[in-house]
Ligand binder design. Structure first.
Ligand code: B16
Ligand code: MG
Length: 213
């Protein structure tokens, strides 16, 4: 069954912003007095800001009231946005722009399915909206990854049935969501970390559309 639409996650797939989410969470952990490493960060990838904060606080053994949580989430987001202010095309995942260009040249529909409320800012900053026929507005989604809603909405927006969609994801929550949507998945990252994907690649270097299932 050949792929008829490509659905891309943003952070860690198109742009190397996953590291900036990590650095901002690490900064918050430091402020709260505990260490937070890359392995801890794996479980925060692809999920919402508030859910990420809950996990971070659990790791640090910290219990606080809701108003304080909102304050910390905002603080993390402000640090993350400071990193975003400096991003350039150098921050794109290796080979991502070439792969997107090939997919567009083949007239394969594309969608962006990111859990980030900052997604549009990143697209505008790098002028890469042109690669996507549809961008799912995460504020209109009720359930995010690992729920399949984000991916099903993206498929619906480009008018392609799930079984013909291929999702590109760097987070286990995203891979699980894409599989639950009945889609094929290409993991971007480390095969010893990402489970269930059809293929796992480190980045898009030399990756071509014909290699898709
Ligand atoms: P924000 P993606 C996700 O983006 C990130 O992987 C995740 O780390 C982040 O918590 C989430 O967006 C929410 O982001 O705080 O900017 O709204 O990987 O789905 O593109
Ligand atoms: Mg991601």
């Amino acid at each position: 069954m050949k792929t008829k639409a490509c659905i891309f996650d943003l952070d860690g797939v198109v742009v190397d912003t996953a590291k900036y989410h990590y650095l901002a969470w690490k900064k918050l952990a430091k402020k709260l007095g505990f260490d937070f490493n890359e392995s801890d960060n794996e479980s925060l990838k692809g999920i919402s800001r508030m859910q990420s904060l809950e996990i971070l606080l659990e790791i640090g053994g910290i219990s606080i009231v809701q108003a304080q949580k909102e304050e910390y989430a905002e603080e993390k987001n402000n640090w993350y946005k400071e990193f975003l202010a400096g991003i350039t095309h150098e921050d794109m995942i290796a080979g991502a722009e070439e792969f997107l260009t090939e997919v567009k040249a083949r007239k394969i529909p594309t969608a962006l399915a990111s859990a980030s409320k900052n997604a549009n800012m990143v697209l505008e900053k790098l002028n890469i909206s042109k690669y996507f026929d549809a961008v799912v507005d995460v504020s209109k989604i009720k359930r995010i990854k690992p729920d399949p809603e984000l991916f099903l909405t993206a498929a619906n927006m480009v008018g392609v049935e799930s079984q013909y969609c291929c999702v590109f994801e760097d987070a286990q929550a995203g891979i699980d969501g894409a599989l639950a949507a009945g889609m094929k998945v290409i993991g971007i990252g480390d095969p010893s970390v990402l489970k269930g994907a059809d293929i796992v690649i480190p980045d898009f270097t030399n990756f071509k559309f014909d290699l898709l299932p």
